[in-house]
Write a protein that binds this ligand. Structure first.
Ligand SMILES: *Cc1c(COP(=O)(O)O)cnc(C)c1O
Length: 382
Protein backbone atom coordinates (compact mmCIF):
# COMPACT_ATOMS: atom_id res chain seq x y z
CA UNK A 1 0.00 0.00 0.00
CA UNK A 2 1.33 3.49 -0.77
CA UNK A 3 2.04 5.66 2.27
CA UNK A 4 -0.61 8.36 2.51
CA UNK A 5 0.29 12.02 3.08
CA UNK A 6 -0.46 13.77 6.36
CA UNK A 7 -3.56 15.50 5.00
CA UNK A 8 -5.06 12.19 3.89
CA UNK A 9 -4.23 10.53 7.21
CA UNK A 10 -5.80 13.44 9.13
CA UNK A 11 -9.11 12.75 7.41
CA UNK A 12 -9.07 8.95 7.20
CA UNK A 13 -6.59 7.32 9.63
CA UNK A 14 -8.37 5.29 12.30
CA UNK A 15 -11.73 6.36 10.91
CA UNK A 16 -12.92 3.88 8.29
CA UNK A 17 -16.71 3.82 7.73
CA UNK A 18 -18.49 2.16 10.68
CA UNK A 19 -18.46 -1.61 10.08
CA UNK A 20 -22.03 -2.04 11.43
CA UNK A 21 -23.82 0.62 9.37
CA UNK A 22 -21.40 2.17 6.90
CA UNK A 23 -21.69 5.55 8.67
CA UNK A 24 -18.90 7.70 7.23
CA UNK A 25 -18.38 9.50 10.53
CA UNK A 26 -17.28 7.34 13.47
CA UNK A 27 -20.39 7.06 15.70
CA UNK A 28 -20.39 8.27 19.31
CA UNK A 29 -20.69 4.96 21.15
CA UNK A 30 -22.40 6.42 24.22
CA UNK A 31 -22.45 3.24 26.29
CA UNK A 32 -20.83 2.07 29.51
CA UNK A 33 -20.96 -1.66 28.79
CA UNK A 34 -21.38 -4.23 25.98
CA UNK A 35 -23.63 -7.30 25.83
CA UNK A 36 -21.71 -10.58 25.63
CA UNK A 37 -22.85 -13.56 23.55
CA UNK A 38 -21.56 -16.01 26.15
CA UNK A 39 -19.39 -15.66 29.23
CA UNK A 40 -16.19 -13.96 28.03
CA UNK A 41 -17.41 -14.17 24.41
CA UNK A 42 -17.64 -10.62 23.03
CA UNK A 43 -16.69 -8.38 20.10
CA UNK A 44 -13.56 -6.94 21.73
CA UNK A 45 -15.34 -4.58 24.13
CA UNK A 46 -16.43 -5.47 27.68
CA UNK A 47 -16.63 -2.28 29.73
CA UNK A 48 -16.17 1.32 28.56
CA UNK A 49 -13.36 2.31 30.94
CA UNK A 50 -11.35 -0.47 29.30
CA UNK A 51 -12.39 0.31 25.74
CA UNK A 52 -14.83 2.22 23.54
CA UNK A 53 -14.95 2.14 19.71
CA UNK A 54 -15.00 5.96 19.41
CA UNK A 55 -11.91 6.11 21.62
CA UNK A 56 -10.29 3.32 19.59
CA UNK A 57 -10.73 5.38 16.42
CA UNK A 58 -9.10 8.40 18.05
CA UNK A 59 -6.22 6.31 19.43
CA UNK A 60 -5.55 4.86 15.98
CA UNK A 61 -5.75 8.34 14.45
CA UNK A 62 -3.12 9.89 16.75
CA UNK A 63 -0.81 6.89 16.28
CA UNK A 64 -0.97 7.37 12.49
CA UNK A 65 -0.49 11.16 12.65
CA UNK A 66 2.57 10.87 14.91
CA UNK A 67 3.98 7.96 12.86
CA UNK A 68 3.74 5.75 15.94
CA UNK A 69 2.60 2.19 16.46
CA UNK A 70 0.29 2.84 19.40
CA UNK A 71 -2.07 5.61 20.58
CA UNK A 72 -3.81 6.16 23.91
CA UNK A 73 -6.46 8.69 24.91
CA UNK A 74 -7.01 10.24 28.35
CA UNK A 75 -9.44 12.58 30.08
CA UNK A 76 -7.04 15.53 29.68
CA UNK A 77 -3.49 16.37 28.70
CA UNK A 78 -2.58 16.35 32.39
CA UNK A 79 -4.11 12.87 32.82
CA UNK A 80 -1.89 11.65 29.96
CA UNK A 81 1.18 13.20 31.63
CA UNK A 82 0.16 11.77 35.02
CA UNK A 83 -0.15 8.27 33.53
CA UNK A 84 3.39 8.43 32.14
CA UNK A 85 4.80 9.61 35.49
CA UNK A 86 3.09 6.68 37.27
CA UNK A 87 5.40 4.27 35.42
CA UNK A 88 8.39 5.49 37.48
CA UNK A 89 9.58 4.54 40.98
CA UNK A 90 10.59 6.57 44.05
CA UNK A 91 14.20 7.68 43.67
CA UNK A 92 14.04 7.94 39.88
CA UNK A 93 15.32 11.15 38.32
CA UNK A 94 13.39 13.00 35.67
CA UNK A 95 14.98 15.76 33.66
CA UNK A 96 12.62 18.50 32.56
CA UNK A 97 13.21 21.06 29.85
CA UNK A 98 12.83 24.44 31.59
CA UNK A 99 9.93 26.59 30.42
CA UNK A 100 7.26 23.85 30.42
CA UNK A 101 3.48 24.21 30.68
CA UNK A 102 2.62 25.57 34.13
CA UNK A 103 0.31 22.64 34.93
CA UNK A 104 3.07 20.16 34.11
CA UNK A 105 5.45 21.95 36.49
CA UNK A 106 2.69 21.99 39.14
CA UNK A 107 2.08 18.24 38.85
CA UNK A 108 5.79 17.44 39.04
CA UNK A 109 6.72 19.94 41.75
CA UNK A 110 3.65 19.99 43.98
CA UNK A 111 2.62 16.35 43.71
CA UNK A 112 5.16 13.82 42.44
CA UNK A 113 8.10 15.21 44.39
CA UNK A 114 6.10 14.02 47.43
CA UNK A 115 6.37 10.45 46.08
CA UNK A 116 10.16 10.56 45.98
CA UNK A 117 10.66 11.39 42.31
CA UNK A 118 13.38 13.92 41.64
CA UNK A 119 12.91 16.56 38.94
CA UNK A 120 15.79 18.57 37.53
CA UNK A 121 15.24 21.45 35.17
CA UNK A 122 17.57 22.15 32.26
CA UNK A 123 17.57 24.65 29.42
CA UNK A 124 16.64 22.63 26.31
CA UNK A 125 18.98 24.74 24.17
CA UNK A 126 22.03 23.97 26.35
CA UNK A 127 23.40 20.54 25.34
CA UNK A 128 26.30 20.70 27.80
CA UNK A 129 23.91 21.36 30.68
CA UNK A 130 21.83 18.41 29.50
CA UNK A 131 24.85 16.09 29.37
CA UNK A 132 25.92 17.27 32.83
CA UNK A 133 22.46 16.62 34.29
CA UNK A 134 22.17 13.00 33.08
CA UNK A 135 22.85 10.53 35.92
CA UNK A 136 22.64 6.77 36.43
CA UNK A 137 19.16 7.38 37.89
CA UNK A 138 17.79 9.47 35.02
CA UNK A 139 14.74 7.66 33.64
CA UNK A 140 13.24 10.31 31.39
CA UNK A 141 13.85 13.66 29.74
CA UNK A 142 10.54 15.52 29.45
CA UNK A 143 10.47 18.50 27.14
CA UNK A 144 8.39 20.81 25.01
CA UNK A 145 9.37 22.42 21.72
CA UNK A 146 8.50 25.15 21.04
CA UNK A 147 8.39 25.94 24.76
CA UNK A 148 5.59 27.65 26.59
CA UNK A 149 5.48 30.65 26.88
CA UNK A 150 8.87 31.73 25.46
CA UNK A 151 8.75 29.74 22.18
CA UNK A 152 12.28 28.40 22.68
CA UNK A 153 13.34 25.50 20.48
CA UNK A 154 14.85 22.13 21.36
CA UNK A 155 16.87 20.33 18.68
CA UNK A 156 15.08 16.99 18.96
CA UNK A 157 17.40 14.88 16.78
CA UNK A 158 20.54 16.10 18.59
CA UNK A 159 18.95 15.73 22.03
CA UNK A 160 17.83 12.18 21.18
CA UNK A 161 21.38 11.27 20.14
CA UNK A 162 22.83 12.84 23.32
CA UNK A 163 20.38 11.18 25.72
CA UNK A 164 20.57 7.78 23.99
CA UNK A 165 24.39 7.86 24.10
CA UNK A 166 24.24 7.94 27.93
CA UNK A 167 24.33 4.45 29.52
CA UNK A 168 21.00 4.93 31.40
CA UNK A 169 19.17 5.19 28.06
CA UNK A 170 16.47 7.46 29.50
CA UNK A 171 13.14 7.82 27.74
CA UNK A 172 12.56 10.99 25.76
CA UNK A 173 9.03 12.36 26.11
CA UNK A 174 7.94 15.35 24.02
CA UNK A 175 4.85 17.41 24.73
CA UNK A 176 3.94 18.20 21.11
CA UNK A 177 0.86 20.32 21.91
CA UNK A 178 2.18 23.60 20.44
CA UNK A 179 3.55 22.16 17.21
CA UNK A 180 1.07 19.32 16.51
CA UNK A 181 2.16 16.38 14.32
CA UNK A 182 1.49 18.53 11.25
CA UNK A 183 4.51 20.70 12.05
CA UNK A 184 6.83 18.09 13.59
CA UNK A 185 6.80 14.38 14.45
CA UNK A 186 9.09 13.81 17.46
CA UNK A 187 9.02 9.98 17.20
CA UNK A 188 10.68 10.25 13.78
CA UNK A 189 13.40 12.43 15.33
CA UNK A 190 14.26 9.94 18.08
CA UNK A 191 11.74 10.62 20.87
CA UNK A 192 10.09 7.63 22.59
CA UNK A 193 6.78 9.13 23.68
CA UNK A 194 4.68 12.02 22.38
CA UNK A 195 2.07 13.67 24.58
CA UNK A 196 -0.70 16.06 23.55
CA UNK A 197 -3.19 18.28 25.15
CA UNK A 198 -5.71 17.59 22.36
CA UNK A 199 -7.77 20.28 24.07
CA UNK A 200 -5.70 22.73 22.02
CA UNK A 201 -4.89 22.46 18.28
CA UNK A 202 -5.97 18.85 17.66
CA UNK A 203 -9.50 19.64 18.83
CA UNK A 204 -9.14 23.17 17.56
CA UNK A 205 -12.57 24.52 18.53
CA UNK A 206 -12.28 25.12 22.30
CA UNK A 207 -15.07 22.65 23.05
CA UNK A 208 -13.41 19.58 24.63
CA UNK A 209 -10.67 18.65 27.12
CA UNK A 210 -8.65 15.54 26.19
CA UNK A 211 -5.12 14.13 26.25
CA UNK A 212 -3.29 11.79 23.89
CA UNK A 213 -0.12 9.69 23.87
CA UNK A 214 1.62 8.14 20.85
CA UNK A 215 4.57 5.74 20.99
CA UNK A 216 6.27 2.76 19.32
CA UNK A 217 7.56 0.63 22.20
CA UNK A 218 5.31 -2.40 22.85
CA UNK A 219 6.33 -2.92 26.48
CA UNK A 220 5.77 0.69 27.52
CA UNK A 221 2.48 0.68 25.61
CA UNK A 222 1.28 -2.37 27.57
CA UNK A 223 2.21 -0.63 30.83
CA UNK A 224 0.37 2.57 29.86
CA UNK A 225 -2.62 0.58 28.61
CA UNK A 226 -2.75 -1.19 31.98
CA UNK A 227 -2.69 2.18 33.78
CA UNK A 228 -5.29 3.68 31.44
CA UNK A 229 -7.70 0.97 32.59
CA UNK A 230 -6.47 0.58 36.18
CA UNK A 231 -6.37 4.31 37.08
CA UNK A 232 -9.19 5.09 34.67
CA UNK A 233 -8.55 8.69 33.58
CA UNK A 234 -10.33 8.02 30.28
CA UNK A 235 -12.20 10.46 28.01
CA UNK A 236 -15.89 10.11 27.20
CA UNK A 237 -16.97 9.09 23.68
CA UNK A 238 -18.46 12.51 22.88
CA UNK A 239 -15.12 14.22 23.54
CA UNK A 240 -13.29 11.57 21.48
CA UNK A 241 -15.69 12.35 18.62
CA UNK A 242 -15.05 16.11 18.90
CA UNK A 243 -11.28 15.62 18.74
CA UNK A 244 -11.64 13.23 15.77
CA UNK A 245 -13.69 15.89 13.99
CA UNK A 246 -11.13 18.56 14.83
CA UNK A 247 -8.24 16.47 13.51
CA UNK A 248 -9.84 16.32 10.05
CA UNK A 249 -9.08 20.03 9.48
CA UNK A 250 -5.84 20.23 11.47
CA UNK A 251 -3.61 20.89 8.45
CA UNK A 252 -5.92 23.60 7.06
CA UNK A 253 -6.13 25.38 10.39
CA UNK A 254 -2.40 25.13 11.18
CA UNK A 255 -1.46 26.73 7.86
CA UNK A 256 -3.76 29.70 8.53
CA UNK A 257 -2.74 29.97 12.21
CA UNK A 258 0.89 30.23 11.09
CA UNK A 259 0.17 32.70 8.29
CA UNK A 260 -1.67 34.99 10.72
CA UNK A 261 0.89 34.54 13.53
CA UNK A 262 3.76 35.44 11.19
CA UNK A 263 1.99 38.67 10.21
CA UNK A 264 1.15 39.48 13.84
CA UNK A 265 4.79 38.90 14.90
CA UNK A 266 6.00 41.28 12.15
CA UNK A 267 3.52 43.94 13.29
CA UNK A 268 4.54 43.58 16.95
CA UNK A 269 8.29 43.61 16.22
CA UNK A 270 7.90 46.96 14.45
CA UNK A 271 5.76 48.51 17.22
CA UNK A 272 7.50 51.17 19.38
CA UNK A 273 5.86 49.96 22.63
CA UNK A 274 7.04 46.36 22.16
CA UNK A 275 10.53 45.43 23.41
CA UNK A 276 10.73 41.79 22.32
CA UNK A 277 8.82 39.30 20.18
CA UNK A 278 9.01 35.52 20.50
CA UNK A 279 8.01 33.61 17.35
CA UNK A 280 9.99 30.62 16.00
CA UNK A 281 10.02 31.75 12.36
CA UNK A 282 10.61 35.47 13.09
CA UNK A 283 13.95 36.88 11.89
CA UNK A 284 14.77 37.97 15.48
CA UNK A 285 14.41 34.43 16.90
CA UNK A 286 17.88 33.13 17.87
CA UNK A 287 16.97 29.58 16.77
CA UNK A 288 15.15 30.45 13.56
CA UNK A 289 17.36 28.20 11.45
CA UNK A 290 16.61 25.21 13.71
CA UNK A 291 12.88 26.08 13.70
CA UNK A 292 12.83 26.13 9.90
CA UNK A 293 14.66 22.82 9.74
CA UNK A 294 12.53 21.06 12.35
CA UNK A 295 9.07 22.54 11.81
CA UNK A 296 6.86 22.83 8.74
CA UNK A 297 5.79 26.34 9.77
CA UNK A 298 6.08 28.61 12.81
CA UNK A 299 2.74 27.66 14.39
CA UNK A 300 0.13 29.95 15.88
CA UNK A 301 1.66 31.02 19.20
CA UNK A 302 3.33 34.42 19.64
CA UNK A 303 4.61 35.98 22.88
CA UNK A 304 5.87 39.52 23.35
CA UNK A 305 7.21 41.80 26.02
CA UNK A 306 6.17 45.41 26.53
CA UNK A 307 8.54 48.27 27.32
CA UNK A 308 5.96 49.45 29.87
CA UNK A 309 6.23 46.17 31.83
CA UNK A 310 3.41 44.61 33.81
CA UNK A 311 1.10 47.66 33.85
CA UNK A 312 1.26 48.02 30.06
CA UNK A 313 0.86 44.26 29.56
CA UNK A 314 -2.34 44.27 31.65
CA UNK A 315 -3.74 47.20 29.64
CA UNK A 316 -3.11 45.37 26.35
CA UNK A 317 -4.51 42.06 27.61
CA UNK A 318 -7.65 43.78 28.90
CA UNK A 319 -7.93 46.13 25.92
CA UNK A 320 -8.56 43.86 22.93
CA UNK A 321 -11.94 43.33 21.27
CA UNK A 322 -11.41 40.22 19.13
CA UNK A 323 -8.64 38.52 21.13
CA UNK A 324 -10.49 37.09 24.16
CA UNK A 325 -8.71 37.35 27.51
CA UNK A 326 -8.52 33.65 28.38
CA UNK A 327 -6.26 30.74 29.24
CA UNK A 328 -5.87 27.87 26.77
CA UNK A 329 -4.83 28.07 23.12
CA UNK A 330 -5.12 26.38 19.76
CA UNK A 331 -8.75 27.15 18.95
CA UNK A 332 -9.98 28.93 15.82
CA UNK A 333 -10.60 32.07 17.90
CA UNK A 334 -7.76 34.35 18.99
CA UNK A 335 -6.86 34.48 22.69
CA UNK A 336 -4.63 36.75 24.77
CA UNK A 337 -3.28 36.20 28.28
CA UNK A 338 -0.58 37.13 30.80
CA UNK A 339 1.34 33.91 31.63
CA UNK A 340 2.81 35.22 34.91
CA UNK A 341 -0.66 35.94 36.33
CA UNK A 342 -2.63 33.19 34.56
CA UNK A 343 -1.30 29.98 32.94
CA UNK A 344 2.11 30.05 34.66
CA UNK A 345 1.11 31.32 38.11
CA UNK A 346 2.38 28.07 39.69
CA UNK A 347 5.94 28.87 38.57
CA UNK A 348 6.14 32.04 40.73
CA UNK A 349 9.29 32.00 42.85
CA UNK A 350 10.75 29.03 40.94
CA UNK A 351 13.53 29.09 38.32
CA UNK A 352 10.77 28.84 35.68
CA UNK A 353 9.18 32.14 36.78
CA UNK A 354 7.86 34.24 33.89
CA UNK A 355 8.27 38.02 33.47
CA UNK A 356 5.07 39.87 34.50
CA UNK A 357 5.32 42.00 31.36
CA UNK A 358 5.04 39.03 29.01
CA UNK A 359 1.89 38.70 26.87
CA UNK A 360 1.00 35.43 25.13
CA UNK A 361 -1.20 35.23 22.04
CA UNK A 362 -2.90 32.23 20.53
CA UNK A 363 -3.42 33.66 17.06
CA UNK A 364 -6.67 32.36 15.57
CA UNK A 365 -7.89 32.04 12.02
CA UNK A 366 -9.91 35.28 11.80
CA UNK A 367 -8.94 37.81 9.08
CA UNK A 368 -5.39 38.91 9.79
CA UNK A 369 -6.15 42.62 9.20
CA UNK A 370 -8.80 42.53 11.95
CA UNK A 371 -6.37 40.86 14.35
CA UNK A 372 -3.60 43.40 13.70
CA UNK A 373 -6.05 46.32 14.02
CA UNK A 374 -7.30 44.87 17.33
CA UNK A 375 -3.77 44.66 18.76
CA UNK A 376 -2.93 48.10 17.40
CA UNK A 377 -5.92 49.62 19.20
CA UNK A 378 -5.08 47.82 22.46
CA UNK A 379 -1.44 48.95 22.28
CA UNK A 380 -2.58 52.59 21.92
CA UNK A 381 -4.23 52.30 25.36
CA UNK A 382 -1.07 50.90 27.00
C1 LIG B 1 -2.86 22.78 28.03
C2 LIG B 1 -1.56 22.12 28.01
C3 LIG B 1 -1.34 20.94 28.73
C4 LIG B 1 -2.40 20.35 29.65
O1 LIG B 1 -3.47 19.81 28.92
P1 LIG B 1 -4.98 19.75 29.47
O2 LIG B 1 -5.72 19.15 28.34
O3 LIG B 1 -5.40 21.15 29.80
O4 LIG B 1 -4.96 18.90 30.69
C5 LIG B 1 -0.10 20.34 28.63
N1 LIG B 1 0.87 20.85 27.86
C6 LIG B 1 0.70 21.97 27.15
C7 LIG B 1 1.81 22.49 26.31
C8 LIG B 1 -0.52 22.64 27.19
O5 LIG B 1 -0.67 23.77 26.50
Amino acid sequence: MPEDHFETLAIHAGQPPDPETGAVMTPIYQTSTYAQEGVGKHKGYEYARTGNPTRTALQNAIAALESGKHGLAFASGMAATDTIIRTFNPGDHILVGGDVYGGTFRLFDKEYRRFGLEFRYVNVADLDALKGALTAKTRMFWLETPTNPHLGLADLATIAKTVKAHPTNALIAVDNTFATPYLQQPLKLGADVVVHSATKYLGGHSDAVLGLIALNDDKLYERLLFLQNAAGAVPGPMDCFLILRGIKTLHLRMDRHAQNAAAVSEFLAAHPKVSKVYYPFHSSHPQRELAQRQMRNGGGMVSFELKGGEAAARKVAEGTRIFALAESLGGVESLIELPAAMTHLSTAGSPLEVSPGLVRLSVGVEHVDDLVADLDAALKKA
